[in-house]
Design a protein around this ligand. Structure first.
Ligand SMILES: [Zn+2]
Length: 476
């Protein structure tokens, strides 16, 4: 019997910490890495009688996210209490949104967005083992600084079919959120966290299989690997005649192992009910207008513009738009010098410049946008060779400066005809066998001669010109 082919069905839930000054429902400052429990008050500690007040800036950022994801904004949405007990939740409930989220029915790329809603983060549990902060015994301690941090939760429709597609979507989402400025989207610090809902079904089946939830993966690579591991696990169960259980799982990136955290809860387990202490969110025309006005050009639109208006290829356009600072640098360089050819400049930015700067954004480097544009022009005009251009970029990255001066000071200008002629003569003399082969019709043999000239000129010669001179001298 042939094995049944299965198709993965994946939906993502993404939590985004908003970069507001204060928490979601109180005036405590947001912090990361401060002393534990210094940013707390009766509201975020859940003291009796304390009353929450909604952070207007968080609502504003929520609207911006919902709009960036092309959601329909609810004219009136409310907060709910999501009831459960956990040590990181002093009130015994989390304030979230339930049946009417801030935004719904959007999309990003080809993945539909089910909903976008506002909520508050839980506090942080720190598990201290015998080697940790607690020396005497294993224990868990709570840091309430994070409790009450404004979150936006983004839930996709189950439109994703592969781990790679999930990774691509998340990279586009992170670039989009970063561009809006509403979050620092730092995955290591937990300001962008992702859960994946995963099920599989026989190819051609339209009903969904039982799904499991992979919790809190904090890097794109781990998410992709975790999804692949979970899909493989489910296939093995179904092929063995078993049934997938609905549960919440943890993927350990170090070992690749998947372990069960708990059987998956249903919405009704939380006894959601409307939060009586908060007024509904009713966005006014003015609020909507302000959110719309603050949205910058987003990465997907920018990539499309780079392709359409500047003739960049899709891959380069994507590289420049997904790393916004790189795109900004490229556009600054383009604007600083009207002569430079966009596609050539883009190749220098995404290739040679990135190779030299790594993860450092070019704005933090010593390379000025105008200097790079000028350098690319010098190479294009054959004032200097490609290889000399790279040497100039090395200098720009290390010390900054003006490309023309660097060329002059280091004598990197293209070797002139007089200089070249002498060197070509010597190259022919030094490579009698190559000359013989060339005369015999073996065109490839010219490589040895051109190589000699390049070494002699330290890469300052124009390859085409050297070719021409060699052929002229040998009367080929
Ligand atoms: Zn507080």
């Amino acid at each position: 019997m042939n094995a049944v082919e299965y198709e993965p069905v994946i939906g993502l839930e993404i939590h985004v910490q908003l970069r507001t000054r204060t928490k979601m429902f109180c005036g405590c400052a947001l912090s990361f890495g401060d002393e534990p429990n210094v940013h707390t008050c009766p509201v975020c500690l859940g003291h009796p009688g304390s009353l929450p007040v909604t952070n207007a800036q968080a609502v504003h950022y929520g609207l911006m996210i919902a709009m960036a994801l092309e959601c329909t904004i609810a004219p009136r949405s409310i907060f709910h209490r999501k009831n459960y007990f956990y040590p990181d939740l002093p009130k015994g409930y989390q304030i979230s949104q339930y049946d009417i989220p801030l935004g719904r029915d959007g999309h990003l790329g080809d993945v539909r967005i089910h909903r976008v809603h506002l909520e508050e983060d839980a506090a942080k549990l720190v598990h201290a083992g015998s080697s940790g902060r607690m020396h005497t015994a294993e224990a868990s301690v709570v840091d309430f600084n994070r409790g009450g941090t404004p979150l936006v939760e983004i839930v996709t429709e189950p439109d994703i079919r592969t781990a790679e597609q999930a990774g691509d979507f998340l990279r586009l989402l992170r670039a989009t959120l970063k561009r809006t400025g509403v979050s620092d989207v730092n995955m290591e610090e937990g300001s962008l966290r992702c859960d994946a809902n995963i099920s599989i079904r026989p190819v051609g089946e339209s009903n969904f299989g039982t799904k499991t939830e992979l919790k809190n993966m904090n890097s794109f690579r781990f998410i992709e690997r975790g999804i692949d591991a979970e899909v493989a696990r489910q296939q093995e169960i179904l092929r063995g005649g078993g049934e997938v259980e609905q549960e919440t799982l943890h993927y350990d990136p170090a070992t690749g192992a998947i372990s069960s955290l708990r059987s998956k809860e249903e919405a009704h387990d939380y006894r959601y009910f409307p939060e009586p202490d908060l007024v509904p969110i009713v966005p006014t025309e003015e609020m909507l207008e302000r959110a719309r006005a603050e949205l910058p050009e987003l990465p997907a639109a920018r990539a499309e513009r780079f392709e359409r208006e500047l003739g960049l290829n899709a891959e380069t356009a994507r590289l420049l738009s997904f790393r916004g600072e790189l795109g900004d640098f490229f556009e600054d360089a383009l604007g600083a010098d009207g002569e430079v050819e966009p596609a050539t400049l883009a190749n220098w930015v995404t290739g040679d410049l990135v190779a030299r700067l790594g993860d450092t954004e070019p704005q933090q480097s010593k390379v000025e946008p105008r200097a790079l544009a000028r350098l690319v022009e010098l190479v294009s005009a054959k004032t200097i060779s490609q290889s000399a251009g790279k040497t100039v970029l090395d200098v720009l990255a290390a010390e900054g400066g003006d490309p023309e001066r660097i060329v002059e000071e280091r004598s990197l200008g293209m070797a002139g005809a007089d200089e070249l002629e002498g060197i070509v003569d010597r190259a022919l003399e030094a490579n009698p066998q190559a000359v013989e082969e060339l005369r015999g019709g073996k065109a490839k043999a010219i490589g040895a001669i051109v190589g000699f000239v390049m070494r002699e000129t330290k890469g300052r010669a124009d390859g085409g010109e050297v070719n021409r001179l060699v052929r002229e001298k040998l009367q080929l």
